[in-house]
Design a protein around this ligand. Sequence first.
Ligand code: DP6
Length: 369
Amino acid sequence: MTLSQKYENEAGMLAGISPSVKPGSVAWRSPSNIALIKYWGKRDFQLPQNPSLSFVLEKSFTETSMEYRYKGNKGSRNLKFDFIFEGQSNSAFELRIRTFLKTVTEFLPFINHLEFKIGSRNSFPHSSGIASSASAMSSLALCLVSIEKELFGTPKTDKDFFTKASFIARLGSGSAVRSVYGDWSLWGKHIIIRGSTDEAAVQVNKEFNPMFKRLADAILIVDSGKKKVSSSQGHKTMNDHPFAEVRYRQAGENIKKLINAMIIGDEQSFIKVVESEALSLHAMMISSNDGYSLLKEATWSIIDRIREFRIKSGLFATFTLDAGPNVHLLYQQKDADAIKAFITLQLLNLCETGQWIDDRIGKGPEKLY
Ligand code: DP6
């Protein structure tokens, strides 16, 4: 049985709410994540064309609170909620949440019998070019599954709780699926991880070499503006992309190579795979039928300087890219002093108003109440 079938079957038990139900509130802090093996291309509804692998960040997160109270069955088809983002209303985010709540009501039908007050804030500036959909959608999903737990006592185990939160988060944004666990997560069926599925992420519990458990990520903000092509539009360009099949196969092979490199502590293979993934993602955009690029001159200069620095210093320093011009410089926390000196001397002049975020691999979401 697929997860979707299981949750559909269980939905019948999550529909009836007694008018005497006590109002309550839950809140979660959930991190953003950075994929080293990229999800790019979807099929059906929010299912990935290839598996992806990421780690969660420590300092880049969203906090979401949800107050709920009984609304009654009258007009139960009409969703009722207020949404405040960082103390203000925000119609774009509100619309996205409305669409998300409507979508997940199929699996969490109690949503129709409650009214909500939702509040949300990000730890990073909204205009930093950091994608907030992963942290925002995962924090909402975690709140919703927590409400299910408070009202119905399900999901019973932690494992089931986080699987369901991941599944629900996926329906809001694909990359959010990987934000419900600490450290490394894999999304998408892959032979190397037992239990992996396209419907939710799993935490990767392999014995990685310790160096990969202490990765730091300096997010160098090249441009904080709105992207000219969103990720959702970008995924669509894969539907008629001449290299799509090769790309999906490459991602699967790279997962295997990367996980093996992390187990045996093979820095060179790690760097080769990670940089090739970052550049392949952008090569897909450039070679799509409507050919576009989100990279800027400063992105290329930063990449060149990181590669030169690695050769000259002999230190572990590599980069990855999200679907945008900003560069994630990955390094080991033990080399922080040398790397920060390098950033200050050689990279900050390439960043927009000298902005960068000093982040690292994180422990995953936290329930605030
Ligand atoms: C390049 O998760 O933002 O960051 O599912 O449409 O919300 P939607 O797309 P989104 O795509 C992220 C793409 C990526 C790679 C990744 O995170 O794996």
